[in-house]
Design a protein around this ligand. Structure first.
Ligand code: ADP
Ligand code: MG
Length: 210
């Protein structure tokens, strides 16, 4: 992965979180404490400020630094969880390079660390309900030998469906779980931020291939 692409990905992630900061906080106001947008924006702003440094690092060091910055700057439940996700991906990089065929293993590594830290799994109305379907779809598309355009389109679709599915779920983890049945009917803010980040990363790849 080249430095320019890494920098573009950071830019797109920071932009999408910044553009949706209020929306994420609004979602969190329904079933949490109205800070998810602000929390994540603080984290991605810091990563953006470090982007020229991060983009010069090896892929595993860059992902590790991204994860550590999120842990330090985001706070709340989502900081350590997103931190675990990026650091978990870093641990599963092969030969310190990122190629398409290794991406599912990296994503599963990140997801596994989120699950360990959060003691959580799919179906509990969290970020995992976006991340897991997206990783499954990516794995399927690669197995089928799909072209980049189809991979991107179908991974985004799977993430959208996953995120939307949290609306009818009852929250079993995090602050939203205190609401019990009253958490039903609202999209989970972390599932939405994961969808936005997946879209941002896919957009950077799209731009690069044009
Ligand atoms: P806090 O709940 O501490 O205010 P945030 O508002 O930043 O933290 O993040 C809330 C999001 O974190 C939730 O919407 C959910 O997606 C995610 N989350 C919370 N607890 C867990 C968990 N145990 N496992 C996975 N994700 C979780
Ligand atoms: Mg919150």
């Amino acid at each position: 992965m080249n430095a320019k692409l890494f920098e573009l990905m950071i830019f797109e992630c920071q932009k999408i979180i910044n553009d949706n900061q209020r929306y994420l906080t609004e979602l969190d106001s329904k079933i949490g404490d109205a800070d998810h947008g602000n929390n994540l924006n603080r984290g991605f702003q810091s990563i953006y400020e470090l982007s020229s440094e991060i983009s010069q690092m090896s892929p595993s060091a860059a992902l590790k630094k991204t994860g550590m910055t999120l842990v330090m700057k985001v706070g709340g439940a989502s900081g350590p969880l997103y931190g675990s996700f990026f650091m978990g991906m870093a641990k599963h990089i092969k030969n310190d390079s990122i190629i398409l065929e290794h991406l599912p293993a990296m994503l599963w590594g990140g997801i596994e660390d989120v699950q360990k830290r959060g003691k959580s799994e799919a179906g509990q109305k969290t970020m995992l309900d976006t991340l897991i379907p997206a990783a499954k779809q990516l794995e399927n598309e690669i197995e089928q030998g799909s072209c980049n355009k189809d991979i991107i389109e179908n991974v985004i679709k799977a993430a959208e469906v996953g995120c939307e599915s949290t609306k009818t779920m009852k929250a079993l983890k995090g602050r939203a779980s205190y609401l019990g049945e009253r958490s039903i009917g609202h999209i989970d803010p972390g599932a939405m931020s994961s969808l936005l980040l997946i879209k941002a990363i896919c957009n950077s790849i799209d731009v690069k291939n044009e």
